[in-house]
Write a protein that binds this ligand. Sequence first.
Ligand code: FE2
Length: 317
Amino acid sequence: MRYTLKQIHCRPWTLSYLSAKLIESHYENNYGGALRRLNAITAQLESLDFEKTPPHVLNGLKREELVALNSTLLHELYFASMGGDGQPTKAMIEVLARDFGSLDRWRAEFRAMGYALGGGSGWVVLAYVPRDGRLINQYAAEHSQAISSGVPILALDMYEHAYHMDFGANAKAYVDTFLRNVDWPALGQRYEDAAKVSGPRPLEQPEFGDIQGVGVEEVKAMMAGGQKVQVIDVRPRAAALRGQDIAEGAQWRDPEQLQQWIGELSKSEPVVVYCAYGFHVGCKTAIKLREAGFDAKYMNSGHSGWKAIGYPLKMNP
Ligand SMILES: [Fe+2]
């Protein structure tokens, strides 16, 4: 068996207003059931000759594997989410305030999401997204729908088997009871572990030294904020033909002719240059401008980045 059973991560008799009978049934039938199913599916997949397996058989097994695997992971997290006194720690209050505005705002959304699944089914998950370095509340229907690269740190099971025995159809009372049982110190530890996961590495361009690129949103904000900034499109002549679109507020200048237009620029205002995608031409031009004494940066996603985010364009005259 590839997957082994994990101990129940809370002491059922210590939970308030959740019966040990409910928790035991949940662990034995639903968590245990998912694990048994997962091992059976895994064994079946291992026995397949993929050359001869019909697509519908493989599709079905891989779908069921995903559902069962995620069900075991989410159930383990669910049991580990409870067993505390429901009192948020200072550190987690600060983290939730950073990402949601306030603890109350986070709780209002999480609780409302749980309420909204009453009579339906699915999970409410608090997950850390390494790319963004922040937390988000998400639904996970069908035990799946995980955020790619997300690290779940709190899970609320909203399938009826999680509460019907104690609460009948009163899903709201169950959600409130779950929140009163959250083990916040353990949640804080899981957050700390999750926050150590780094996001995707930025593209490295060692040939350009340590020059810093600036994001397209930041450039737009500089322009919108009334800051005097000189934005120069330095795509090679072939890429920036007359009549083609160019960022509103920018001017096109031929990167090959830098010495002819450098005199137009002011040294007292920052300069942002960009090329097609934010690689060589933009970086090289920014470096040359810095060497000439300008406060120059390059926009790191270039003309395509400006278009991808939907900022306004004009025709290159
Ligand atoms: Fe469950």
